[in-house]
Design a protein around this ligand. Structure first.
Ligand code: ADP
Length: 267
């Protein structure tokens, strides 16, 4: 793996870099639409979504299967083009970016955890996790330190030298989260990051997400678990490709009842 980091990028990325002088939100969409067309069939997966995430805000997305949650994350991460509408990231309009433009933006500012973990199979766990930090401008030493911290927090430090294929689904999911946080992104897009985990591993993941959140990273997370969603600042409910509800979570329970309490409820 190449160890040459791009020159001239400050590391770690400053949260101030993400909060523009005008105080723009990390993410804003306006009338966002995604229509799939294939074999004469048209599916309106996203139908005019307006959402906004402030710097460091933690927002959960819920909604029934097929309501457009994954599509929304994919479009917001530039993995699929929007059909119409606007996406603003860190005060900059990005919906018209090329594939290469999105790749550069993601490298620096966006972490992504997919439902399928998309780890690079020919690299070790350590290299998978260090790569985004290196690409974002960290030195090899900084990237290694970040990787050690993340894997330790997720309880998989002993897997650093392993190939991803040797890991269980839950372990791969945690590696994918460590990789997504490796470049200290301004925005983390996470599609069910606790979907394959037992309660103890869920607790580790939620602790890490809470720390990322308190470090000022904005998180947009799809989840089916109301107890996981209760850690968020806001819960957006999607229904049929539209925002059915966008409600602030009362902050007191999150401060009084920590992650441990919430996960204990899982029995
Ligand atoms: P959710 O994540 O809430 O389960 P999705 O975003 O996966 O929902 O899907 C929303 C709708 O878009 C569904 O009707 C789904 O079948 C459709 N859809 C998703 N991806 C594609 C695709 N690549 N091509 C065609 N239709 C798709």
């Amino acid at each position: 793996m190449s160890r040459s980091a791009p020159k001239g990028l400050p590391w770690p990325p400053s949260r101030r870099e993400s909060s523009s002088p005008r105080g723009d939100p990390v993410l804003r969409t306006s009338k966002l639409v995604k229509i799939y067309r294939a074999d004469g069939v048209t599916v309106e997966a996203i139908r005019g979504v307006d959402i906004e995430l402030a710097v460091g805000e933690f927002v959960a997305i819920m909604g029934p299967s097929g309501s457009g949650k994954s599509t929304l994350l994919h479009v917001l991460g530039g993995l699929e083009p929007a059909t119409s509408g606007e996406i603003w990231l860190l005060g900059r309009r990005v919906d018209g970016l090329s594939t290469a433009g999105w790749a550069i933006l993601r490298r620096r500012h966006v972490g992504f955890v997919f439902q399928f973990f998309n780890l690079l199979s020919n690299m070790t766990v350590a290299d998978n996790v260090e790569l985004p930090a290196l690409l974002a401008g960290a030195t090899p030493r900084q990237a290694r330190k970040r990787r050690e911290e993340l894997l330790a927090e997720l309880g998989i430090a002993d897997k650093a030298g392993a190939a991803p294929a040797r890991l269980s689904g839950g372990e791969q999911q945690r590696v994918a989260l460590a990789r997504a946080l490796s470049n200290e992104p301004s925005l983390l897009l996470a599609d069910e990051p606790t979907g394959n985990l037992d309660s103890s591993n869920t607790r580790d993941v939620l602790r890490l997400l809470r720390r990322a959140h308190s470090d000022g990273q904005a998180i947009l997370m799809v989840t089916h678990d109301a107890r996981v969603a209760s850690l968020a600042d806001r819960v957006i409910n999607l229904f049929d490709g539209m925002v059915a509800d966008d409600a602030r979570v009362v902050p007191i329970p999150r401060r009084v009842n920590g992650v441990g309490d919430i996960v204990e409820l899982r029995g």
